[in-house]
Ligand binder design. Sequence first.
Ligand SMILES: Nc1ncnc2c1ncn2[C@@H]1O[C@H](COP(=O)(O)OP(=O)(O)OP(=O)(O)O)[C@@H](O)[C@H]1O
Ligand SMILES: [Mg+2]
Length: 257
Amino acid sequence: MGYSVTKIIAITGKGGTGKTAVAALLIRYLCKNDKFLLAVDADADTNLPETLGCEVKQTIGDAKEFLQEVATNPRPDQPDTNKVSLLQSKIYEIIEEMPCYDLLVMGRPEGSGCYCYVNNLLRGIMDKLVQNYDVVVMDTEAGLEHFSRKIVRDIDSLIVVTDASRRGFRTAERIRELVDELEANVKNVYVIANKVTDVNRDQIEKLAGDLGLDLIGMVPLDPKVEELDIGGIPLSELPDDSIAVREVENIAKKLGL
Ligand SMILES: Nc1ncnc2c1ncn2[C@@H]1O[C@H](COP(=O)(O)OP(=O)(O)OP(=O)(O)O)[C@@H](O)[C@H]1O
Ligand SMILES: [Mg+2]
């Protein structure tokens, strides 16, 4: 392995707009295209594994105490490079290997202690780890705080998922501003409108245009998605002709995936 160009896709947006569903559908698409794929659940309220139908045994959050100890124990005999490789092997242990993707779950963030040092080491490890893959799809939590504790440094496409609400679009605007302010290494910011119906389709397009947002796709409100969700069935089980599946396929192609 070892790919020079890894595409990192991060998915963000207001709560409940469908970030996790879109992430799962992108992963579903990529699975059919033989990519080395890493899925990252960066939401403290872990949902992606269930939506993918994958059982996860351990998260980075679970291992933070261990990682902290390794990272900060004063061991003059142990140079920093050694700590890094110890941390690295622990991360590899946490990664769940599925037939067509690997899954890394961040889990809940630290409690009261300060994990700055271990977080910095982790970022370095993540930067290297992602290079093993063609594509990384990262599901994040609602809210904007997590932008300051960046998990990976360079994002190819930041996708803001919004529903047909004004508030969803306002969040998209704020995220775009934040990216500029942080001078984050984000190449592209796109918006996906989700749960689109014939009633709101035209208005969504107009609103996105007025706000100058780069609307890369409109995923329809799909009764099959709702049906699987209430039944606790992973979205990988959606039929190929599901309207949501089809639109996410189009989006993936536009993203060059
Ligand atoms: N295109 C769609 N059609 C129908 N239902 C959908 C669609 N997309 C998402 N949903 C439903 O909307 C709800 C919220 O979706 P999801 O959990 O993906 O949102 P989220 O943005 O990840 O939420 P959170 O902010 O809590 O992480 C779920 O019940 C999901 O099944
Ligand atoms: Mg979610």
